[in-house]
Design a protein around this ligand. Structure first.
Ligand code: MBD
Ligand code: FE
Length: 294
């Protein structure tokens, strides 16, 4: 009903011109993209309200939820993003972005959502180093390694920066947890000529996203659980290549089929293999990243 011609349950007709009046209030100096996005948003919000006969109370409930998300948000807790995530919006935007950036023949590594727990300035570490600086005696130690290649030529990519982060065995990222050292389970690694990377981490576990705020209220109201399958996050950047934000998922993890934030993609499922190569790791995780040039 995008022309706005909707009747309510008592047969009252809504004035479809009202929405156009609001859209037309936009002035001539608005930037074209801002004008387009805002007009579309107004249209959809109005249609949503009309089609559902939204009450003042319901509108207020949504408003309070947004306000609460704003109040809770700081550099440790990005509640607004979490609300978007449980509604699938960040995953949808990720899909749109990936589709716009790739053509049918393109097959660089699939992307996945950033999520609320990335931190700027993760420590630069030497290749072969560990990102584990706490919980040394807990969790399954894992040696992750692979090559960053140009997906078209198959050639190794030099100077690729792999920014990695994941949760501790207690299911918390370091900024959520007083008990972990700053920047635990985070690091940045830069590839050399061979495009190879390797580092030690832990085998992550499934964990609940924070559910003591608005995102949790939504999950509860919808009779949904807050769990994400075990995953490791990455941002890959390299000179001349499109950056990739992604996650890999333990194929055998619980919640692979019903991630609370809808981020799992088949091509991002990985297998942790038992490892006997040295005493520093219990598991080995081989994974290659494929980048696309601009
Ligand atoms: C996470 O750890 C995460 O990765 C995402 C995408 C959303 C919420 C919590
Ligand atoms: Fe995460």
């Amino acid at each position: 009903a995008s022309n706005g011609a909707v009747s309510d349950s008592k047969g009252h007709k809504f004035n479809p011109h009202f929405t156009q009046t609001v859209i037309n209030a936009t002035g001539p100096k608005a930037k074209p993209r801002v004008r387009q996005l805002t007009a579309s948003l107004i249209q959809h919000l109005h249609d949503f309200a009309r089609e559902n006969e939204l009450t003042v109370g319901e509108w207020m409930t949504g408003l309070e939820l947004l306000n609460e998300a704003g109040r809770m948000s700081d550099d440790r807790r990005n509640e607004g993003q979490l609300v978007c995530d449980v509604l699938g919006l960040e995953s949808l935007v990720d899909e749109i972005t990936y589709k716009l950036a790739t053509s049918a023949e393109d097959e660089p590594t699939a992307t996945a959502i950033l999520g609320p727990f990335w931190r700027q300035d993760a420590p630069q570490r030497a290749m072969g180093d560990t990102i584990v600086t706490g919980f040394e005696d807990k969790g399954d130690k894992t040696w992750m390694h692979g090559t960053v290649t140009d997906f078209r030529t198959g050639k190794p990519v030099e100077g690729a920066v792999l920014d990695v982060w994941h949760t501790a065995p207690n299911g918390l990222y370091e900024q959520q947890d007083e008990g972990q050292p700053d920047m635990n389970l985070r690091g940045r690694f830069t590839t050399g000529k061979d495009g190879k990377y390797d580092f030690y981490c832990l085998r992550p576990v499934p964990y609940p996203i924070p559910f003591d705020g608005p995102a949790g209220k939504i999950l509860q109201a919808l009779d949904r659980h807050p769990y994400r399958p075990a995953h490791i996050h990455f941002i890959l950047t390299a000179p001349g290549y499109k950056p990739i934000v992604t996650q890999i998922f333990d194929r055998n993890s619980k919640y692979i089929e019903d991630d609370a934030v809808f981020a799992v993609k088949d091509s991002l499922l990985v297998d942790f293999k038992p490892f006997q190569g040295n005493s520093k790791a219990d598991f080995e995780l081989p994974y290659d990243f494929k980048l696309a040039t601009y």
